[in-house]
Design a protein around this ligand. Structure first.
Ligand code: AMP
Ligand code: MG
Length: 394
């Protein structure tokens, strides 16, 4: 693979990752379904309300018995919400009733307690009521068999509410894309430990794993490899057996110990340079049917690669809306290399976007302080204050 444009490589990656978009369905309990994407249409198994019930705390009556209001009626009992044998209403009387309690057979209206005077023995109804007033009819919200939610719907709390209300305990959703992460480098140690001379903390493992998770994936393994091909090969085997997508960092450029490239290129991986900065060296391989995207190890390169090549596909697979790109005027001038699409770290300040720091792809703090990437086209070498640039929200 020679130097490719970002656009060409993006299309290549999209093709490799397209199986993520049609994952097998899985059944999950409603309590685990928040944020999941329905893999089937859901029809209501029941009418909602399940039974005819009172919309108010008040008195159950029949409209005929209060037509000549004001009238005083004897109160024959109290109906609370909750399990109870069906009650029966006698014309010319009232039953005290609470919101949600089943209407007694024969009653057809509720007089809210605010519109009455009386006690538990008798009640005075001040004015006539129409049949049906403050009565929640069975099936007035949902009819059994009605389409409630369609396949593809991402489940928010309000969707879970209606699914629970119709009594469904589980739903069929898309399986989340399973992502495995392998970082590589003999120099890497865990944050929270003490590095020996020459060692550095592994930040890409957490960046990629949390990035995947934040965009709807299940992260199934996060592993770290030395620069030994045997070690990497073993971790790779484990990753492809567990995941739908493997992300690797490091070991893809022009050095002497490029373990990722050395192992994957002979398996048919395409490794080469993309006309972008940061994130130029990239690799894409399919191992045992599982796509493996290999990002360069510099922390900013890894993050930018994830934004460009992994995030959009993970979001689509998870049913999350695509990240909207937009344009903003530059707060100051900038320069960019000819022939490379550049992604600069930017921060939105008022109505403009300012550069956070220089272009070095090891500048991980500047990446943290940025809230957008400024996307400078390959053929643009200089931009002035006020010129519009495309920004990618982080
Ligand atoms: P590489 O792509 O393996 O040549 O790594 C490029 C640079 O990124 C080197 O300075 C590495 O030490 C650094 N690097 C590689 N992997 C990581 C990682 N997981 N976390 C932080 N820095 C890394
Ligand atoms: Mg390395």
């Amino acid at each position: 693979m020679g130097v490719r444009s970002v656009e060409e490589y993006t299309a290549h990656v999209a093709e490799l990752l397209s199986p993520l978009l049609s994952p097998p369905p899985v059944r999950v309990d409603l309590s685990d379904a928040l944020g999941r994407v329905l893999a089937e249409d859901v029809h209501s198994p029941v009418d909602l309300p399940l039974f005819r019930n009172s919309q108010m705390d008040g008195y159950a009556v029949d409209a005929a018995s209060v037509a000549a209001a004001p009238v005083t009626l004897p109160v024959l009992g109290v109906l609370a919400a909750g399990p109870a044998a069906p009650a029966r209403h006698t014309p010319g009387t009232a039953l005290r009733i609470m919101t949600g309690a089943a209407l007694p057979e024969g009653a057809d209206a509720i007089v809210p307690v605010e519109d009455t005077a009386g006690d538990h023995r008798s009640v005075t109804v001040h004015r006539a009521r129409e049949a049906g007033e403050f009565v929640r009819e069975r099936g007035s919200d949902v009819r059994a068999g009605m389409l409630l939610l369609s396949s593809g719907n991402r489940l928010e709390p309000r969707h879970l509410a209606v699914l629970a209300a119709v009594g469904l305990g589980a739903v069929v959703v898309r399986r989340r894309p399973r992502v495995a992460v392998i970082t590589t480098g003999a120099e890497l140690v865990d944050a929270g430990t003490t590095p020996k001379p020459g060692q550095i903390f592994d930040s890409n493992g957490l960046a990629l794993a949390s990035g995947a998770r934040a965009n709807g994936a299940d992260v199934v393994v996060v592993q770290r490899s030395s620069d030994d091909p045997g070690v990497f090969r073993a971790l790779l085997a484990r990753a492809v057996s567990a995941a739908d997508l493997v992300l690797t960092s490091g070991g893809v450029s022009m050095g002497d110990f490029e373990v990722v490239k050395d192992v994957l290129a002979p398996l048919g991986g395409q490794f080469g340079h993309i006309a972008m900065q940061p994130g130029g060296p990239q690799g894409a391989t399919v191992v045992d049917g599982v796509p493996v995207l290999s990002f360069p190890g510099n922390p900013v390169s890894t993050l930018v690669s994830f934004e460009m090549f992994a995030r959009p596909h993970l979001r689509a697979a998870a049913g999350l809306p695509a990240t909207e790109h937009y344009t903003l005027p530059l707060a100051g001038p900038l320069r960019s290399p000819q022939g490379k699409r550049q992604f600069l770290r930017g921060r939105v300040a008022g109505d403009a976007v300012e550069l956070v720091s220089g272009p070095g792809s090891h500048l991980v703090a500047a990446m943290a302080w940025a809230d957008v990437l400024i996307d400078v086209p390959a053929d643009v070498t200089a931009l002035d204050t006020g010129e519009l640039v495309k920004v990618v929200p982080l």
